[in-house]
Design a protein around this ligand. Structure first.
Ligand code: SR1
Ligand code: MG
Length: 395
């Protein structure tokens, strides 16, 4: 069967031909209700409900869903399926289950998180139950332990490099949208909103900032430490009370561990700029993220089975772990700053700014995000503790 863009009817027909998936839904095809709930920038997503169960079906389109003139290779769905399979054993219960991947339709069929809400929306509605960041910290640490050179025989890293180095189309998006476009004149950048034009111009001419961004470009492209989720923002996380799941791993690539950490924290920091009255709660989430991430990673690396550090006795290993964590911390600060800037002035900005009740408040919130972002990028490389990150955020 060749690729075609599925609508409700096409998906129903295809599912009816899949015995295992049909069984999960129960009844017969005409009993199933199908609704499209596409929300992200790239793909279409359908939720299918049957008498016995529900499924989530996600299909790659040959273009960016929110920008139909922007062609995009379909293979991103394959990388998402590979990512889910690579990390699933390490993060059971923290990701939806993948039931099937169809290589012709570039279609993933997953567990349906009917009761869950996207974290970004839950934050905007002030409905997110506190504690979600500790789960995300655990998630990132476990993916690092399962895929990083630091904890695995080198053959694991070699295999993952081979499996993910072809994900160039989505890595190109990251290189352009996060690491380059906000700092140059570019058609993809939207018109800055009233009052922000000078701030945007400053980003394009700031040599000190450009040098620091250059260091982060180097880290992103050459520090292939572990398999990254690659797009770990608050729209890639769903929660239902204390049940927290990470979704949307299509940007997966081998890269610096601080990239996933930085994107996550950057999105909490953006929310903070838009909703400064929530500073205490958001600070607590950030602290909880770093604590659970670093503690889980520290303990997982105590008796690591990787080729890295194989010669170190226990004391030497402790030193190596602490140095390793400090390097991750510095990358985290820098990538956090990059995410704050790109989501404020670049393509695909965050909805969190809709919380500002006046245009003036929104402008101030954006300027604050740009200021914190720049500080994190320029000063992040000399940080020694997570308190330093918080203080650069004014927390
Ligand atoms: C063209 S895709 C724009 C953004 O959406 C995704 O979620 C990634 O964050 C990407 O940068
Ligand atoms: Mg996404």
């Amino acid at each position: 069967m060749t690729y075609r863009i599925l609508n409700d009817a096409g998906l129903r027909d295809w599912l009816a031909e899949q015995p295992e998936l049909s069984k999960r839904l129960g009844g017969v095809a005409s009993d199933w209700s199908i609704r499209e709930v596409s929300d992200g920038n790239l793909n279409t997503v359908f939720l299918v409900d049957g008498p016995a169960g529900a499924l989530c079906c996600k299909q790659a389109l040959p273009h960016v869903r929110v920008a139909p003139d922007w062609p995009m290779p379909l293979e991103r769905a394959l990388y998402e399926a590979r990512y889910m399979r690579a990390v699933a054993p390490a993060v059971t219960g923290l990701m939806p289950k993948l039931f099937a991947y169809d290589a012709d339709l570039f279609l993933l069929v997953m567990e349906c998180l009917t009761e869950h809400e996207v974290l970004r929306s839950a934050l905007i509605e002030d409905q997110a139950e506190p504690g979600f960041s500790a789960v995300i910290g655990t998630y990132v640490a476990r993916t690092v332990q399962a895929t990083g050179w630091v904890n695995q025989p080198f053959e694991t890293g070699a295999r993952l490099l081979e499996q993910f180095s072809g994900n160039t189309a989505l890595t190109r998006i990251t290189v352009d949208l996060i690491l380059t476009d906000p700092y140059r004149i570019c058609d993809r950048n939207p018109e800055p909103e009233a009052g922000l034009a000078d701030d945007v111009k400053a980003l394009q001419t700031d040599q000190i900032l450009h040098r620091a961004v250059g260091r982060l470009q180097d880290r992103f492209l050459t520090a292939r430490q572990a398999l990254l989720h690659g797009d770990l923002h608050t729209g890639s996380i769903m929660l239902d009370g204390t049940d927290v799941r990470v979704i949307d791993g299509e940007f997966a690539t081998m890269g610096p561990i601080g990239f996933d950490c930085g994107l996550y924290l950057g999105n909490l920091a953006l929310h903070l700029c838009a909703a400064p009255q929530k500073a205490v709660a958001l600070r607590a989430e950030m602290v909880a993220f770093w604590r659970s991430f670093s503690e889980e990673l520290r303990s997982g690396l105590q008796d690591g089975s990787g080729d890295m550090w194989a010669l170190s006795g226990s004391a030497g290993r402790q030193d190596l772990i602490e140095t390793f964590l400090k390097d991750i911390l510095r990358d985290t600060a820098g990538f956090c700053g990059l995410e704050m800037i790109r989501r404020t002035v670049g393509f695909a900005q965050v909805a969190d700014y809709s919380l500002c009740s006046t245009e003036k408040d929104r402008l101030l919130a954006r300027q604050k995000a740009l200021q914190i972002g720049r500080t994190l990028i320029v000063e992040g490389a000399s940080l020694r503790s997570f308190d330093g990150v918080l203080s650069l955020m004014g927390l």
